[in-house]
Design a binder for this molecule. Structure first.
Ligand SMILES: Nc1ncnc2c1ncn2[C@@H]1O[C@H](COP(=O)(O)OP(=O)(O)OP(=O)(O)O)[C@@H](O)[C@H]1O
Length: 241
């Protein structure tokens, strides 16, 4: 990821992923249906939607973890993924967990730099069992970032953390994304989290992107908690939100 990208407005940045007419079905049940989506480098996109609407299915398809049944996904590079659970290998030290999949030469140095970026620079030779939930998630983030991804996929990575740790992680992730400029797709159930982090909030319904909000662009409709809750069907209409 180049420093020059810092200066490129998000709408002109190269695409981290483009999705055209995506379709994914489990047997007769069509979960994703003609879904289009572009995420640009440096753009932080949050994906909200009712439970079971297909958010994780979309993320796993983008990650290349599951097959697709139609349409096209164009990503210049393999995306990195952080899940709700850190998924660290208990028998490997922290630096080896981060360096997993890197060429051996320079792996420890790269892992050390990534761990330093998430505030765990002194813990290279420590073990996953000695970490708190928040620290383990930091290692998972370091493991994703060390790949220098152009697209970072986050599947409810903060959902299992306590409220204060979650806020600390928000600050950290925002900072890391500002520095490395991957495109980000964050799947979350947390409307406040989406508003706090995202440049663009997408609402998924009926297998596709049903609505889009931009919390921070002056002159455009604000993505407020109320509009998003109404969009998600949590409240009946905007007046009662
Ligand atoms: N491997 C599978 N086989 C069959 N059906 C599946 C499979 N995985 C997911 N589904 C179904 O596909 C639909 C979408 O699931 P998915 O996990 O993508 O939703 P989600 O929006 O991420 O849900 P949540 O917010 O609860 O995590 C659900 O109805 C689910 O039951």
């Amino acid at each position: 990821m180049t420093a020059a990208l810092q200066d490129v407005p998000a709408q002109d940045a190269p695409a981290a992923v483009r999705v055209f007419g995506l379709r994914r079905a489990y047997g007769p049940r069509v979960v994703i249906d003609r879904l289009d989506l572009t995420i640009r480098r440096g753009e932080f996109v949050a994906l909200l939607g009712e439970s079971g609407c297909g958010k994780t299915t979309l993320l796993r398809a983008l990650a290349g973890l599951d097959p697709i049944d139609g349409g096209r996904i164009e990503a210049p590079k393999r995306p990195a993924v952080v899940f709700q659970e850190p998924r660290l290998l208990p028998w490997d030290s922290l630096w080896r967990n981060v360096a997993l999949g890197l060429p051996a030469e320079g792996a420890r140095e790269k892992a050390a730099a990534a761990l330093a970026e998430v505030g765990l620079g002194g813990r290279l030779d420590d073990w996953p069992r000695n970490l708190s939930g928040g620290q383990a998630q930091r290692v998972a983030l370091a493991r994703a970032l060390v790949q220098q991804p152009e697209l970072l996929l986050l599947d409810e990575p903060f959902a299992a953390l306590d409220a204060l740790t979650r806020i600390r992680m928000h600050v950290l992730v925002k900072d890391l994304v500002a520095r490395h400029r991957p495109g980000v797709l964050l799947v979350t159930h947390d409307v406040e989290e989406a508003i706090a982090l995202a440049d663009r909030i997408l609402v998924m319904r009926g297998g596709a992107i049903a609505a889009e909000h931009r919390p921070s662009v002056p002159g455009l409709p604000a993505a407020t908690r109320a509009t998003l809750l109404a969009e998600l069907g949590v409240v009946d209409d905007l007046k009662s939100a």
